[in-house]
Design a binder for this molecule. Structure first.
Ligand code: PMH
Length: 372
């Protein structure tokens, strides 16, 4: 890949070994014939789809999953052999490219199949039927629809039913009632199919890690914990193996100044020094995904926590230094310094959201740098 010269010291460091370790641990936990689908949608949950895909394949993943046709095209332009499943909706107009490039599409409409059947496809298009068993998102909801969809696919030589799947709404929660209802509905609906397709899959990370092994079926869709993060507090407390977070966020001090008591920092002058203090300026701001709500969040410098003071700007923010450090001193916003860790979960708590959202909101301006 093209080498880009970076001048600003702000970077997201992605530890590909951590991703591989998480996959290998999952592999140990799974029955041997269960395949691992590496979920690399949304640019690999912000970690970089291509780099994560290569690492995941090396570690044992055999299928890649993305959300959109565009993501599939991007991955296919770098990786030629591995199956890519598009989990989201694809328009009829994508069927030709998908068939030619071994991209598996999610299907949930008989009309869609009938329209694709009118195209002159040169290769068979592989389809995965999506069943909505309680997520209320994509998917057919009745055995009637399943029957007709199945027959529409079987009626054409252009397409082949390669898989069938559903997605759970509450797999990461302790209470199993809703989850069990989804499991039962899926099993009941499956009875309609005269032959089992190659891949029946239901498990996301939470299902794979904390639910019954019988739900591993033919494949696991492994997302959040491939990146070393737990899907929920409940799953975090019941993990079958430790996870290694892959992403750190780092920068350096670009300016250090002494403020006298009474002087202020940032837009709105919201922070005023009560005594003489040292303030450090970091070249990262809300345009990098460091949202303004993160004021007060601490960062690590020299293994110590230092708080962000004043309002976070578009490209910069300021921290209260424990002493006068020099320009170029390393600052870790997410990650570990001298045994002190700021996790993605800590940011998620501060932002009142889930850890999934954090790597996704680190914008493209922040280069992803890989270690392996
Ligand atoms: N399968 C489907 C259909 C998904 O939408 C997702 C994640 C996964 C598997 C992987 O889940 P995991 O990361 O918990 O392992 N989808 C989403 C989503 O739509 N919003 O947050 C996560």
């Amino acid at each position: 890949m093209e080498e880009i010269q970076y001048y600003r010291p702000t970077k997201a460091v992605i530890d590909l070994r951590a991703i591989q370790e998480n996959i290998k641990q999952l592999r140990e936990h799974l029955q041997s014939d269960v395949q691992i689908i590496a979920v690399i949608k949304a640019n690999g949950y912000g970690h970089g789809d291509i780099e994560v895909a290569h690492a995941a394949i090396q570690a044992g993943a055999t299928i890649l999953a993305v959300a959109t046709p565009e993501e599939a095209v991007h991955v296919r332009s770098h990786i030629s052999n591995t199956d890519i499943l598009v989990l989201g909706a694809s328009p009829v107009s994508f069927a030709t490219y998908a068939a030619q490039n071994n991209i598996l599409l999610t299907v949930f409409s008989k009309e869609w199949v009938e329209q694709v059947a009118l195209l002159q496809l040169t290769n068979k298009l592989k389809l995965h039927i999506k069943m909505d068993t309680g997520m209320g998102r994509l998917g057919i909801t009745s055995t009637y629809e399943l029957q007709h969809l199945y027959e529409a696919i079987a009626a054409t030589k252009q397409m082949e039913l390669d898989g069938i799947f559903t997605h759970f709404a509450t797999a990461d929660e302790k209470d199993t009632q809703y989850f069990n209802e989804q499991v039962k509905l899926f099993a009941d609906m499956l009875q309609v199919l005269p032959v089992k397709p190659r891949l029946v899959h239901v498990a996301n990370t939470a299902t794979a890690l904390v639910k019954d092994r019988s739900l591993q079926l033919d494949a696991i869709r492994f997302g959040i914990s491939m990146y070393g993060l737990a899907p929920s507090h409940y799953v975090a407390e019941n993990l079958p193996f430790p996870l290694k977070p892959a992403m750190s966020l780092e920068t350096e001090l670009v300016h250090v100044k002494k403020l006298a008591a009474g002087q202020s920092v940032g837009y709105g002058a919201t922070y005023t020094a009560k005594e003489d203090v040292f303030i450090g300026t970091l070249p990262i701001g809300y345009a990098d995904g460091m949202l303004r709500k993160l004021t007060g969040q601490t960062v690590l410098i020299d293994g110590k926590r230092a708080p962000i003071v004043g309002r976070i700007c578009m490209d910069q923010c300021m921290i209260l230094l424990p002493k006068a450090y020099t320009v170029g001193e390393k600052v870790t916003l997410i990650g570990t310094q001298q045994n002190v860790t700021i996790s993605l979960d800590e940011w998620a708590n501060k932002l009142d959201t889930i850890n999934y959202e954090i790597p996704c909101i680190i914008t493209n301006r922040v280069p992803r740098i890989y270690t392996s």
